[in-house]
Design a binder for this molecule. Structure first.
Ligand SMILES: C[S@@+](CC[C@H](N)C(=O)[O-])C[C@H]1O[C@@H](n2cnc3c(N)ncnc32)[C@H](O)[C@@H]1O
Length: 262
């Protein structure tokens, strides 16, 4: 990966750290620093490296399935995904909700290009200033992106504005325990964010009357040490280099929540 694409370091105060960790995780992936987030998603490489290791829960539940089921139950005619990444989920939603118009936005031009290549009506835009009229969507979807928004409540207010009355926001995010064991083994600290399993409901209640939450104990499966190290390198080279060697495959626990807010 060329140095020019590396995310710049984040100031230490952005990420809380634990007394017992010998170094602060830079927190680049989950930070809401605009320059860092822009660099992180300049292309699909880091996102694809991370996405590839995730499995569902031990009983086979996937966060994407939980979100897709909630969306289908809302029977949307018009559906907006914010922070669509490579567009895989938008494409799935277009297939599964065949009567719905699916629109997607992302801050990253490259990721919008990939989403448009899947046949989705995709635009470069910021969730904090959505280029859409009031009350134009039945459902807004935000998968693992609200922790990146510089002003979370501006983003949530915009989502509320473009939703029709009683429209639904479906949002996925991670909890404070997400990959904690992997991070601490590498000498880092848990990734604490502004929109998580722990604090997401409270944030949503400022904009929506009803909020439900489904927690999922997901699993990351790494074929070997090199894959686990490559995962860490997508946001912190030093951390990646510090992961003690292990032989064979290894699983680490994730912690994800899917919220539905109306
Ligand atoms: C962790 S990725 C998740 C991508 C996709 N939703 C998924 O689940 O694979 C976060 C995405 O949010 C986008 N993003 C970050 N901040 C944003 C903002 N303020 N407005 C719109 N998109 C944003 C990033 O460019 C990136 O594509």
């Amino acid at each position: 990966m060329p140095d020019a694409e590396k995310a710049p370091p984040v100031e230490a105060h952005q990420v809380p750290f634990r007394e017992d960790s010998h170094r602060i995780v830079t927190g680049m992936v989950l930070s809401n620093d605009p320059a860092g987030v822009r660099a992180q998603y300049a292309n699909e490489a880091r996102l694809s490296t991370r996405s590839s290791v995730w499995r569902g829960t031990r009983d086979g539940r996937q966060p994407q399935d939980v979100a897709a089921d909630a969306i289908a139950r809302a029977r949307p005619q018009r559906l907006l995904e914010v922070g669509c990444g490579t567009g895989a989920f938008a494409e799935r939603l277009a297939t599964e909700n065949c009567n719905a118009v699916v629109v997607a936005i992302d801050r990253s031009p490259r990721l919008v290009e990939l989403t448009a290549a899947r046949g989705i009506d995709a635009h470069v835009a910021d969730v904090m200033a959505l280029p859409f009229a009031d009350a134009g969507f039945d459902v807004v979807v935000a998968m693992w992106m609200l922790y990146h928004v510089p002003d979370l409540h501006q983003g949530l207010a915009e989502i509320r504005r473009v939703l029709r009355p009683n429209g639904a926001l479906v949002a996925a995010t991670n909890g404070d325990e997400h990959l904690t064991e992997l991070l601490t083994e590498a000498g880092g600290a848990p990734l604490i964010t502004q929109f998580s399993t722990e604090n997401g409901s409270e944030a949503l209640h400022r904009h929506f009357d009803h909020v439900s939450q489904t927690e999922l104990a997901t699993q990351a499966v790494f074929c070997d040490h090199a894959q686990a190290s490559a995962y860490l390198a997508t946001f912190d080279d030093t951390l990646a280099a510090s992961l003690p060697h292990f032989d064979g495959p290894r699983e680490y626990a994730g912690a994800t929540s899917v919220f539905v807010a109306r």
